[in-house]
Write a protein that binds this ligand. Sequence first.
Ligand code: PLP
Length: 392
Amino acid sequence: MLSRRLNNVTPSFTIGISNKVSELKSKGIEVVNLSIGEPDFNVPDKAKNEAIKAINNNKTKYAMVSGIKELKNAIVEKLKNENNVHYDIDEIVVSNGAKHSITNTLIAILNPQDEVLIPKPYWVSYPEMIRLVDATPIFIDTDKNNNFKITPEQIQKNITAKTKMIFITNPSNPTGAIYTKEELKSIVDICLKNNIYILADEIYEKICYKDNFTSIASLSPEAKNITITINGFSKSAAMTGLRLGYSASNKSIAKAISTIQGHLVSHPSTISQWAGYGSLKYCKEDINNMVKIYKQKRDLAISILSKIKDLDFIYPQGAFYIFIDISKLKSKINYKNSFSIEFCNKLLENNKVAAVPGIAFGMDDFIRISYACSEENIIKGLNEIKNFIETL
Ligand SMILES: Cc1ncc(COP(=O)(O)O)c(C=O)c1O
């Protein structure tokens, strides 16, 4: 008998798609994969070199649970210089990816039945992470006309005596929308008034196409005190496989996170931590170049998508996704349970393009594509989507 915790947990939709793509590929069928949320760059050389040096210098022993001090100092420096927020070194905990930083935070803060507000659309793993600690995700509908950004009024309507935390993903996966400073201030105000923690998932912070990113914790000392900032190296430094992320929070939360991590995993691989150190210290230019390329790809994808009849989308200001509204095609697809799953299955079967069904993000009238792939695949994939729609 498995734990009852798993009763409400659904396997990842994105993994389901990856499996289907692998199956087709194993049969020798070529697929344009627009479903993966992974940079198509390699780890920058100067970051790799720090990891290689660490191996050669035998920096391979157990280290501090919350992360090696060189990396934590580099994170403190980064948060001060780039985000204008002052953290002490003991407010930073380095973990095995942002996913792990989020899970540690939830274990540290939530009790069973606590409610966590999640604006829709949301990143796939949030609801299941919350359910796995026996807390309750509360989904909040947002407005397409506001690029699906949550407003204080929408938050207010969903607050109960059990509300403990809200997730804010900025820039957003799946929409690429970015909150303005004023919007964030109004969210902080309502959270302060109601004693609600903010889990600020800022993992796409570097991938912004306008200079308009504000870190929530930088808004005021009060904002900093209720915010757990989550960030990592998977997206900004193309280190998905190295599994490295971090949280920045007030001292008592950071201490709790560190205690939890100490018992469960000790600390992330020292080698990955040195790569992370290298990326913060020496790879700013490489990262800026990656962002320039993402922007060109975003513009290319948008220029093709805009010409496809019956599709609409949220104009992305950051991250590397486009959230596409397919609702006009609803009457043209026969489906039982989920329109977006059926749409994506047919798109994959008939035209060999993989996209993620919007239901994975809580919105069944949408699909998400990633443009973190080659220009050739963007052009081919979107043209195939156009062909697919024309045959419906
Ligand atoms: C919004 C968001 N948060 C967190 C993560 C997890 O990142 P990591 O690879 O650092 O665990 C992802 C990865 O797709 C993401 O999109």
